[in-house]
Write a protein of this length. Structure first.
Length: 142
């Protein structure tokens, strides 16, 4: 972005990267080529699976960033001043985890209890403890 000075070209380049479908990518790439052949050639050198949303194989689920905290910021923005139990409940609901419910939080030990509402393949227990300080969960995943 610092090498090329065209503001319009930068907008096209960002639109090329964020296009969720190939047709949108092609349209913006054609517009970029008409504006700056050099910029289009530069962009074409890179591995498409890394920088184009429509080529990522849905590995990023529509997100163009890899920093987890940046992905979570929009989820947690509305919960900024709520108690931790409300934040956990809201996070589960926003992320579409409707088969589990946040049941309890111990502030002193930073341990959460998650209640499984529907059986999950291979797990027989219904309550899972998640200990943030130890980085562990009863389910074996953290």
């Amino acid at each position: 972005m610092s090498h090329f000075k065209s503001t319009e070209g930068k907008r096209y380049l960002i639109s090329v990267a964020y296009s969720p479908r190939k047709i949108g990518y092609e349209w913006y790439m054609d517009a970029l080529t008409l504006l700056s052949q050099e910029m289009a050639n530069w962009a074409s050198r890179f591995n498409k699976e890394i920088w184009l949303q429509h080529c990522d194989g849905d590995r990023r689920f529509g997100h163009m960033i890899t920093n987890l905290s940046e992905c979570m910021n929009p989820v947690l923005k509305v919960t900024r001043y709520l108690p931790i139990s409300a934040i956990m409940r809201c996070t589960y609901e926003r992320k579409g985890i409707l088969t589990m419910r946040f049941a309890h939080y111990n502030r002193r030990t930073s341990v959460f209890v998650v209640d499984e509402l529907e059986p999950f393949k291979g797990w027989s227990q219904e309550l899972f403890r998640v200990c943030l300080a130890a980085g562990m969960c009863d389910c074996g995943l953290f």
